[in-house]
Design a protein around this ligand. Structure first.
Ligand code: HAS
Length: 555
């Protein structure tokens, strides 16, 4: 499809900018591995302090890269599937706000004035520019979302009675989840963190700020996941040589995530003393319900791939697995999506372990947690985004993928790295290895009284896995930038693989957002009214800022 040059340029910029930043995000991730393994026994290296590196790693990879990708990908999906031009002013304003916001937040992070981790958890306190930058990034993404609504409405009027394309439903679900998620964090940042950071208030209400953060923090992970699901449902079956097994399964998944992504944030706070166990139990129950669409996704995608593999001559109960295009250079996106799915099996299982209130008390705040989230956000999500970034760049610039033979193997190298890395972290976590800790100064430093020799195997696995991941990303950067910078060989178009359907069920309940928005509102009232009321009633003392390099809170 031929699309406006300005939109092409915006999307390519929104992919290229965060990918450049990702170089730093990946490098600081690799440094984390080395600090924790005890290869580095220092507070800082190359001028980057441990917590500063951890913040850069989390903020660039999990906040900046993901938000830019979701907006760029959303624009491409809406433009392609609705076949109507987008509102140019919306696309430009979003891009400018997100870029200014990112740069504003980057400066204090690079100056070590915002080493508060991606969770910006008080009493860790950042420079105001960090919070203001994040607000602009979020507002930019809202502008993009709101600017798609008139285009969608116009399409609906012109196509009365037609189902909204599945991919468009998925993108709207993504941004509805994002909008719901970002309201509480906007309240946290605007009313608690910015005034505190500017010195207008002396202390901060930590339990309130944290509850607002996790009200945002869990739907955030489904905001990350949903664009990957859009690719899984609408592209993967086609790439596998088949069709999507069930349209209903896709719509159900998107709608269910709108309703259940948010009323579950307290599962990150099972150990917070300020919250009553009744609400923790309720959020645990809702968390188990949020896993349902992912289980539906697992079976639907397996059936879709089986359909494609059998069309391609696959036979037998398991023999058809051999007929999938694992290393087909022309269907290279399959390898990115399939590898992510494989990793997600383990990310999903460990998520359900975390959700189980009593089991979580064993693993909370240990290395188990980064293992879980590397098998979710750094697994299916990251691989889908890397693949999606390459897809958008190659189609919108008319440039062929460089290093095709290498490209198709990158996701498998990454998968090997993630699996070894996470195994090390899971083992270490169960043994009590803490997360967010510069262990090179303590537990993995033989001259420290805290040295833990029994964690050696876990650390060795973590280091080997982390190194393999780093190599995979170096290869990705070579492929990505070689593609971006090479000569154009075809006309720049927007072409997205789109699956046909095996079963096109007509189920009105999953064809309209309205009932699911109402369900989301009702569930939020049930899940959060009493916990916030309890916090409002309690008379906790406000907390002064905490400086990461010192265990003593600063007056
Ligand atoms: Fe999680 C903590 C529970 C999913 C990300 N999670 C985190 C954190 C992050 C994160 C970043 O209940 C840490 C935050 C921090 O910094 O503190 N999580 C869950 C549950 C799910 C889940 C129940 N998480 C995700 C996803 C994430 C993500 C998705 C990112 C995108 N998580 C928790 C809990 C905590 C937590 C607690 C807090 C713990 C604590 O103590 O702090 C579920 O949504 C998972 C459902 C998934 C499945 C898997 C389906 C499998 C599929 C693959 C099929 C494969 C095929 C291929 C077909 C049920 C779809 C077959 C191929 C072959 C070769 C066989």
């Amino acid at each position: 499809m031929n699309i406006e040059k300005s939109l092409r340029d915006i999307i390519v910029f929104e992919i290229a900018l965060p990918t450049v930043l990702l170089i730093l995000g990946i490098f600081t991730g690799f440094l984390q591995v080395l600090y924790r393994a005890g290869v580095i026994h220092a507070q800082k290296v190359h001028g980057i302090n441990y917590y500063q590196g951890l913040t850069l790693h989390g903020a660039i990879n999990a906040v900046v890269f993901t938000t830019f990708f979701a907006v760029a990908f959303g624009q491409a999906i809406i433009r392609y599937h609705l076949g109507k031009p987008l509102i140019a002013a919306g696309a430009w304003t979003a891009c400018i706000l997100m870029t200014i916001g990112t740069l504003a937040a980057a400066v204090p992070m690079l100056m070590n004035k915002a080493s508060v981790l991606y969770t910006f958890y008080p009493p860790l306190k950042a420079h105001p520019a960090f919070y203001i930058g994040l607000v602009l990034l979020v507002v930019g993404s809202w502008v993009a979302f709101f600017s798609w609504i008139p285009t969608y409405r116009a399409w609906k009027r012109e196509n009365a009675g037609k189902k909204t394309p599945l991919a468009v439903t998925g993108i709207f679900a993504t941004f509805i989840v994002w909008f719901i998620a970002t309201i509480p964090v906007a309240i946290e940042i605007l009313f608690l963190l910015i005034p505190w950071s500017l010195g207008w208030t002396k202390t901060v209400n930590v339990p309130l700020a944290r509850m607002l953060f996790w009200f945002f923090g869990h739907p955030l992970v489904y905001f990350w996941l949903l664009p990957a699901y859009v690719m899984y449902y609408t592209m993967l079956p086609k790439l596998a040589g088949g069709k999507l097994y069930s349209d209903f399964a896709g719509r159900f998944t998107f709608m269910w995530l709108i309703a259940f992504s948010a009323p579950i944030g307290i599962h990150h706070q099972y150990t917070e003393p300020a919250i009553n166990t009744t609400w923790k139990g309720l959020h645990a129950f809702f968390t188990l319900l949020v896993a349902i669409p992912s289980l539906v996704t697992a079976f639907t995608l397996a059936a879709s791939m089986e359909y494609g593999a059998r069309k391609n001559g696959g036979q037998g109960l398991f023999g058809w697995w051999k007929k999938l295009p694992y290393v087909d250079q022309n269907r290279w996106l399959f390898s990115y999506l399939f590898a992510g799915l494989f990793i997600f099996i383990f990310g999903g299982i460990t998520g359900i372990i975390n959700a189980s209130y009593n089991l979580d008390t064993v693993v909370h705040n240990t290395a188990w947690l980064p293992a879980h989230f590397h098998q979710t956000v750094a697994g299916p999500v990251f691989l889908a985004y890397l693949g999606g970034s390459l897809l958008l760049v190659t189609t919108l610039t008319g440039k062929e993928i460089a290093w095709k033979a290498v490209n198709v193997w990158i996701p498998y190298i990454w998968t090997l790295g993630i699996m070894v890395f996470s195994t090390g972290l899971f083992i270490g976590g169960v043994a009590g290895e803490p997360r967010r800790t510069n262990m090179g100064l303590s537990y993995t430093n033989p001259i420290s009284p805290l040295y833990q020799p029994t964690w050696k195997v876990a650390k060795l696995l973590g280091t080997i896995g982390g190194t393999i991941m780093f190599i995979a990303m170096l290869l990705f950067f070579v492929v990505f930038f070689a593609t971006l910078l090479r000569k154009r060989t075809a006309e720049p178009l927007l072409e997205l693989p789109t699956s046909e359907l095996v079963h096109d069920e007509d189920v009105p309940a999953v064809q309209s957002f309205g009932p699911w928005l109402v369900a989301a509102a009702v569930l939020l009232v049930i899940a959060y009214t009493m916990p916030f009321y309890d916090l409002a009633k309690a008379k906790y003392e406000g907390a002064p800022p905490y400086i990461p390099s010192s265990p003593v809170t600063q007056p």
